[in-house]
Design a protein around this ligand. Structure first.
Ligand code: CA
Length: 255
């Protein structure tokens, strides 16, 4: 299985700064997108802290015998899941403590979606409302469920899916890295197939593009993930670019 990936971020057409961060760490087979919040520079600091802390832990846990696992991580989890959950929890602690120690960073936090590939399996971790989609056999499927107030409303039958993108509370998330001392990290396991494309994005993309927009544009990513990333970012900006836009595309091909 040959894994190719590319990432891109854009400030959008409304905001003056970019609080998203992303990482494509090909050597670690680790890929991540984070969407920071907290105002001023804080959101940007939180999202970059998440990417850097997670990358460092994924790197240091390559040899599991040399690493100290966080206390609240189940030792019996499969190793790749344990690495991802631990990386997320460590990033959470670091952002939380930083926000408590500096008044300017008070209240900062970030979403996180990440994919770790191990052998022929993709492990998908997330916290918050950034998303991971899988494009397989020309169909698109969302692999993450938003940790957001709007999603809770939809699950409770209080809101229709079609009403979500226009709702005034659409930015309110119910889970983030850095907002509390502890966080739960959701992980999904996906056996890889040739021709798969994973699309990681911040809500600056998913609020403006439909699933069909992502599917039809994402199909080309197998040939050229870089051009596809650019096209998706351009499309979000064409539709208003109301928020920072970040996309990471990962493709798996035979050779
Ligand atoms: Ca955002």
């Amino acid at each position: 299985m040959k894994i190719k990936a590319y990432g891109q971020s854009d400030v959008g057409r409304v905001r003056s700064s970019n609080e998203d961060a992303w990482g494509v760490f090909q050597d670690l087979q680790f890929f991540v997108v984070a969407d920071g919040m907290g105002g001023h520079a804080a959101g940007e600091i939180a999202s970059h802290m998440a990417v850097d802390t997670m990358r460092d832990f994924i790197q240091s846990s390559t040899q599991s015998s040399e690493v100290t696992w966080p206390a609240d991580v189940d030792r019996n989890l499969p190793l790749p899941v344990k690495r991802l959950v631990s990386a997320g929890k460590l990033a959470n602690e670091k952002i939380y403590h930083s926000s408590r120690s500096d008044p300017k960073l008070n209240g900062m936090g970030t979403t996180m979606v990440s994919v770790l590939i191990d052998q022929d399996t993709a492990y998908v971790a997330h916290v918050g409302d950034s998303r991971v989609y899988l494009i397989r056999n020309e169909k698109i499927q969302r692999l993450t469920e938003d940790h957001s107030l709007i999603n809770d409303y939809i699950n409770q039958g209080l809101l229709k899916i079609e009403e979500a993108s226009q709702h005034p509370l659409k930015h309110v998330i119910t889970r983030a890295l850095g907002s509390g001392l502890k966080v739960e990290v959701d992980v999904k396991t996906v056996p890889l197939a040739h021709g798969d494309a994973f699309l990681l994005c911040s809500d600056g993309l998913s609020n403006l593009l439909t699933d069909e927009d992502m599917r039809s544009n994402g199909l080309d990513s197998l040939k050229d993930p870089q051009t596809t990333c650019q096209r998706l970012v351009d499309l979000a900006n064409k539709k208003g670019g109301e928020d920072n836009v970040t996309v990471v595309l990962i493709t798996s091909t035979k050779s």
